[in-house]
Write a protein that binds this ligand. Structure first.
Ligand code: PMP
Length: 424
């Protein structure tokens, strides 16, 4: 089968609303490599959008899922519960930041985790308003979409949005938006638009994912916690993209001296199986009445089994240390190109949650064309890259943290060669 043939069928059969980064159809995958239906090999620096911190088909994950597959695949935890669901909740209650009593629920997607976090926050506070950040991404469901701080393509044609959602500018020192500006706008919001006593939650990604891999400055996180405490608002950390060793800590919130009340997680939690979770203060998590939370597939046993294996692998293979090591090497290689290529305006990111941002030399304009050209060139050379950022001028790197050294070196060479080719 040819990629082009399947693509033509796809165009006839699937809504164009499902956007495509590549048109290579997967045949098989192993750790950090994918082979397409034509037998061509690619290095995967997308990781299924931050899902594969432990790589494709990690043997321990595969083994755990196979064992579960042979026992049962679905009962619905709300009907006939199973122990590994409870055990995973216990693990997350212990592993997540926050030295207070916690409880957990499971769902299936990141967007559902966000929906549930807001439901819990509203129920626990008796308030309705929610504050999020420009450039933030929280999913494609109605609340997720309303919270997301980017109109094109996420909100176009889907209105009206959920009410009582407000956005504050995310601080971007690189682009002249300071922490003071963000906090000033938040203050004005409280004066002009919403009584802080009506605000249930402030939701923030510790490192914006889709928005461009910008991390929350420490001063902002500290101020958010103080503002939340002053007004009885809950702080929700959306760790869907940042969690599970990506940032060089198990959770990105560990980089801050601040504890969130609720944490949403998904993606790399279950290494390729659909699973998400909300973990938070026990008393908040218990606010909704029985039956108010859950879902038919929420906490599917195969995905739960995979998640246990993922947590084991992160620990056994010291993936937190490995993330810091790989990220340092990637940033070093990119830094070595900075002097030669004025298009590179920033290289950043904690741990292995790294990105390079491109601008038009001699201006302060974002360079989406250059960014996309590098992505396309890298794909031609056998490396799958993802872009991000409100102006699509950032390449983000989401390779498996389990990537082998020789494959990683090969990828670094392709990144360099692609930038060289496009700049030439
Ligand atoms: N929150 C964040 C921070 C995300 O990065 C994403 C997905 N990119 C989501 C929520 C939504 O997750 P899902 O696509 O699994 O619904």
């Amino acid at each position: 089968m040819l990629n082009t043939e399947i693509s033509a069928r796809k165009n006839d059969a699937i809504s164009r609303g499902v956007g495509m980064t590549t048109q290579i159809y997967a045949d098989k995958a192993e750790n950090s490599e994918i082979w397409d239906v034509e037998g061509r090999r690619y290095i995967d620096f997308a990781g299924g959008i931050a899902v594969l911190n432990t790589g494709h088909r990690h043997p321990k994950v595969v083994d755990a899922v196979k064992k579960q597959l042979d026992r049962f695949t679905h009962t619905c935890h709300q009907v006939v519960p199973y122990e590994n669901y409870v055990a995973l909740a216990e693990r997350l209650n212990t592993l997540t930041p926050g030295n207070f009593e916690k409880k957990t629920i499971f769902a299936t997607t990141g967007a559902e985790a966000v929906e549930n976090a807001i439901k819990i926050a509203r129920c626990a506070t008796g308030r309705s308003a929610v504050i999020a950040f420009t450039g933030g991404f929280h999913g494609r469901t109605f609340m997720g979409m309303a919270l997301t701080g980017k109109v094109v393509p996420y909100k176009v044609g889907f209105g009206p949005m959920m009410g009582d959602v407000f956005h504050v500018p995310f601080p971007l020192e690189l682009h002249g938006i300071s922490v003071e500006t963000s906090l000033d706008v938040l203050d004005k919001l409280f004066k002009a638009d919403v009584d802080p006593k009506r605000v249930a939650a402030i939701i923030v990604e510790p490192v914006q994912g889709e928005g461009g891999f910008y991390d929350v400055p420490r001063a902002l996180m500290k101020a958010l916690r103080e503002i939340c405490d002053a007004h009885g608002i809950l702080l929700v950390a959306d760790e869907v993209q940042t969690g599970f060793a990506r940032t060089g800590k198990l959770f990105a919130m560990e980089h801050y001296d601040v504890q969130p009340d609720l944490i949403t997680m998904a993606k790399s939690l279950a290494g390729g199986f659909p699973l998400s979770a909300v973990t938070g203060r026990a008393e908040l998590m218990d606010a909704p009445g029985p039956g108010g939370l859950g879902g038919t597939y929420a906490g599917n046993p195969l995905a739960i089994a995979a998640a246990h294996a993922v947590l084991d692998v992160i620990e056994e293979e010291k993936l937190i240390d490995r993330a810091n090591h790989l990220g340092a090497r990637l940033k070093q290689r990119l830094e070595s190109l900075r002097a030669e290529f004025p298009q590179i305006i920033d290289i950043r990111g904690p741990g292995f949650m790294n990105a390079v941002e491109f601008g038009v030399p001699g201006t302060d304009r974002p360079n989406a064309d250059f960014t996309n050209a590098v992505r396309v060139k890298a794909l031609e050379k056998g490396l799958i890259l993802l872009t991000c950022g409100v102006y699509s001028n950032v390449i983000r790197f989401l390779a498996p943290i389990t990537i082998q050294d020789e494959v990683f070196n090969e990828a670094l060479d392709i990144i360099e060669a692609s930038i060289r080719d496009v700049a030439a």
